[in-house]
Every structure is written in structure tokens, then in C-alpha cells.
Design a protein around this ligand. Structure first.
Ligand SMILES: NC(=O)c1ccc[n+]([C@@H]2O[C@H](COP(=O)([O-])OP(=O)(O)OC[C@H]3O[C@@H](n4cnc5c(N)ncnc54)[C@H](OP(=O)(O)O)[C@@H]3O)[C@@H](O)[C@H]2O)c1
Length: 292
């Protein structure tokens, strides 16, 4: 299968590129410089020239806080450009796999969110991602939308790398303990997307894709430091304090609970999502020789 990946240097994009051959795919990747998805004519020209079997959109504006003051760019990338990709895919009769976020929910639900639950984003990032979802649904019938959460990998910016850097610099840290979600590795997202495509089920629609089990940022940080200790990474941190969201104000509001129920994905495609702890150990191992 020929797979066209946008945003190929991002966390998920890079893993999609890296895993493709293991699934027998030829992957052609485009980064921001080689295909700016906000350029409608370029999008159409690129997809019609490459004629892939599927387009996977891993490009996005992911700076959640910055988006609050930069709605124009966030909307252009996360919504309008996604519409361009969807229109091009429909015109050329190519399926589109798109990645979305847990931040389409407001976090007020007590238990895990289903695909059918009411969406109500708390900030600009979530709003623009939700607009992107709607455009995929209305413009391109043959689509998959994978909502994921708390993405981490050995490259790019993410919570794991921030914790390893701060943990190497400081003796005491305060980590938010009243937001819950499912950390998910970029490699697991790529693996599952390729499993879904390999199934040839064409069961188009929205799926939640996040690794069990739900934790707080505080719990996740504790696991990161435990893993770092095991791999003898440099750590100064001696005390990790549980703090409240109110003690760590950010420009964008985050959902208190963004746990995604992934039962629909697992049963439709007969997939078992790996525990995030296993992926975390792999990522920390990959980071052994890195400087933060
Ligand atoms: N990160 C998370 O915690 C998280 C959580 C839930 C869902 N998601 C979703 O998962 C998907 C992948 O996220 P990620 O963490 O892999 O993001 P990422 O590491 O920030 O990668 C996104 C990539 O998109 C590129 N990009 C930005 N604007 C573009 C444009 N106009 N044209 C082409 N490329 C552009 C970026 O390039 P530049 O850096 O050069 O601009 C970057 O390489 C996104 O849809 C995101 O919304 C992420």
C-alpha cells in the first residue's frame, strides 16, 4: 500500500514513517516545508501526483496554550486545511485517516468518554480540532478519525521529555494531580492505524485510540521517574508533590477527565491496545543517550 503522511516530522508522523515498511507499505512523507496543508492547491496537486492508497493526516497545530492567542493559525491548520485534505481525498476517491484529540471533551464526565458522547471543547485547540473532525465527516465519506490523548515519544516535545529534563535539573517538583487521562505513545498510534488499514474492513467513522490505563499527570510523572531510575538516567529530583490545576494556571483550560473508552476500536478491528507503561519503558530506553 502506498501511504501519504502529512506532518511526517511530528511525533506521530515520524512513527508512521518508521513503521510503514514493517507493514509492507511504501510511505511518502511530507513535512511543513514540503507540503503546507493550508495551501489548498498544493494539497490537491500533491495528492493527485502521488496517488496514494490512503492519506494519513498527522499534521496539526498542537500548541494548546499558544492557540488561545493564535486562533487564526490554529483554525487554518486544524480545521480549514483538514477540509482541503478531505475534499482532495473525496475527489480522488482516496480514504483519509485523520488524528484528533481528547480535548474535544470538557472533562465533566465521571467515567471514560465514548465516541458518541457530547463534545464541548474548553479551548481554541479543542474547538479547531472539532471543526476539523466535522469537515472530514462532511467532505469525505471514506474516513477514519482517531481521537487520541497525552501523546509521547522519543522525539518532539512531550510530557515525558519535559519530566526527564526537569527531573535532571530540580530536586523538588509539583505535578498536577487532578487531571486524568490516558498517556499514549506515538508508536502505538502508528501501529494501530496500520492494523486498522490492514484489516480492510472499511468501517469508516470515529474511534478512540488511547492506551490503558487512565492516570493523573502526577501518577504519570512518578512512572517516568521510576523508569528513568531503572535506566540510570541522570535524576536530581527527590520529592514530587501533587498539586491542583488551580496552582498551575495555564492560558488554556484542560479537561479534568479526558479518559477515552477504546472498546469500539478494539472490538471492531479485533485490536488489543498495549499498556502505556510498556511503551513508556521503550521510549525511556530510546532516550538513554539523549541530553535534555
Ligand atoms: N501531542 C499530544 O499530546 C496530542 C494529544 C491528542 C491528540 N493529538 C493529535 O495527534 C496528532 C499528532 O500530534 P503530534 O503530537 O504528533 O504533533 P506534533 O509533534 O506537534 O506534530 C505536528 C506536525 O505538524 C506539522 N505542521 C504544523 N502545521 C503544518 C502545516 N500547515 N502543514 C504541514 N504540516 C504542519 C508540524 O510541523 P512544524 O513543527 O514544522 O510546524 C509538526 O511536525 C495531531 O492531530 C494532534 O492534534 C496530539
Amino acid at each position: 500500500m502506498k501511504v501519504l503522511v502529512t506532518g511526517c516530522y511530528g511525533q506521530v508522523g515520524a512513527e508512521l514513517m518508521g513503521l510503514a515498511t514493517a507493514y509492507g507499505h511504501e510511505a511518502i512523507g511530507f513535512d511543513h516545508d514540503t507540503l503546507d496543508i493550508t495551501q489548498q492547491k498544493l494539497v490537491m496537486a500533491c495528492i493527485s501526483k502521488e496517488k496514494p492508497s490512503v492519506v494519513i493526516n498527522a499534521a496539526a497545530y498542537t500548541a494548546v496554550d499558544k492557540a488561545e492567542d493564535d486562533k487564526g493559525t490554529a483554525k487554518a491548520v486544524n480545521a480549514t486545511a483538514v477540509g482541503y485534505l478531505a475534499q482532495a481525498c473525496r475527489t480522488l476517491d482516496i480514504p483519509l485517516a485523520h488524528i484528533s484529540t481528547d480535548y474535544v471533551f470538557d472533562g465533566s464526565k465521571e467515567c471514560a468518554y465514548l465516541e458518541s458522547d457530547t463534545v464541548s471543547p474548553l479551548g481554541v485547540y479543542g474547538e479547531t480540532k472539532l471543526e476539523g473532525e466535522a469537515l472530514v465527516q462532511s467532505e469525505c465519506e471514506k474516513h477514519y478519525i482517531f481521537r487520541t490523548s497525552w501523546v509521547f515519544s522519543a522525539h518532539g516535545n512531550n510530557f515525558v521529555k519535559t519530566m526527564l529534563r526537569l527531573g535532571a535539573e530540580r530536586e523538588e517538583l509539583g505535578i498536577v494531580a487532578d487531571q486524568r487521562g490516558k498517556p499514549t505513545s506515538a508508536r502505538e498510534i502508528a501501529r494501530v492505524i496500520y492494523e486498522v488499514l490492514a484489516s480492510h474492513k472499511n468501517a469508516w467513522g470515529i474511534y478512540h485510540l488511547a492506551q490503558p490505563n487512565a492516570v493523573t499527570w502526577f501518577d504519570f510523572a512518578q512512572s517516568i521517574f521510576a523508569g528513568a531510575k531503572q535506566q540510570s538516567l541522570p535524576l536530581r529530583v527527590k520529592q514530587v508533590n501533587a498539586i491542583a490545576t488551580a496552582d498551575f494556571p495555564t492560558p488554556a483550560k484542560r479537561p479534568e477527565n479526558s479518559e477515552l473508552d477504546c472498546n469500539k476500536l478494539e472490538t471492531t478491528f479485533d485490536i488489543k491496545l498495549q499498556l502505556w507503561n510498556v511503551s513508556l519503558a521503550e521510549v525511556i530506553k530510546d532516550l538513554r543517550n539523549e541530553r535534555f
